[in-house]
Design a protein around this ligand. Structure first.
Ligand code: SME
Length: 166
């Protein structure tokens, strides 16, 4: 195996380990409290500590069929986002994971931090309905690859099942 593919393989094993480790950690944190404010707060801190090349990570919560800012790490962000607006509002409306390689090419993208160039948004559910969105921004274009998407979707699934949304 050439050095390049060896390092690529090592990196993907490392990423897999990282997502498994984060899943173990979020389960342990949920034992202290699974109320949504402490758990989403620590989830954003956990993601911020572990993911490289990101400049914002946090949650938007569904309120009155729109989105309101929840726990996050990063710069001050937009507080209210309408359904169907921006990447988050679109992911909410469609109940879809959205990966944006270049936010400048996404019509209606809401720029909270001018440093952001790519983004991933993942819906979280309660009883099959979207109740929150995980939003992660990166200063790198095309930061979120398939392995990141798969790892983050799995993490979000564990998180949504652990949380007490009341
Ligand atoms: N860029 C998002 C808005 C939220 S910030 O990135 C924190 C969007 O277009 O929905």
């Amino acid at each position: 195996m050439c050095a390049f593919s060896y390092f690529t393989k090592l990196k993907s094993i490392y990423n897999l380990d990282m997502f498994i480790r984060m899943t173990v950690q979020i389960r342990a944190l949920a034992e202290a409290s699974n109320d949504y404010i402490p758990l989403l707060s620590n989830a954003s801190a956990l993601l911020n500590e572990n993911l490289e090349n990101i400049n914002w990570v946090g949650f938007y919560l569904v309120k009155n069929d729109a989105l309101q800012l929840g726990p996050f790490q990063g710069k001050i962000a937009c507080v209210n986002i309408e359904k169907g607006k921006g990447v988050c509002g679109t992911a909410y409306e469609k109940d879809e994971v959205i990966v944006v390689e270049d936010v400048h090419q996404f019509p209606g993208h809401i720029a909270c931090d001018a440093a952001s160039n790519s983004e991933i948004v993942i819906p979280l559910h309660r009883d099959g309905k979207v109740v929150a969105l995980l939003d992660i921004d990166s200063p790198l274009t095309g930061r979120f690859e398939k392995k990141d998407r798969d790892g983050l979707v799995a993490f979000a699934k564990v998180l949504e099942d652990l949380i007490n949304w009341d």
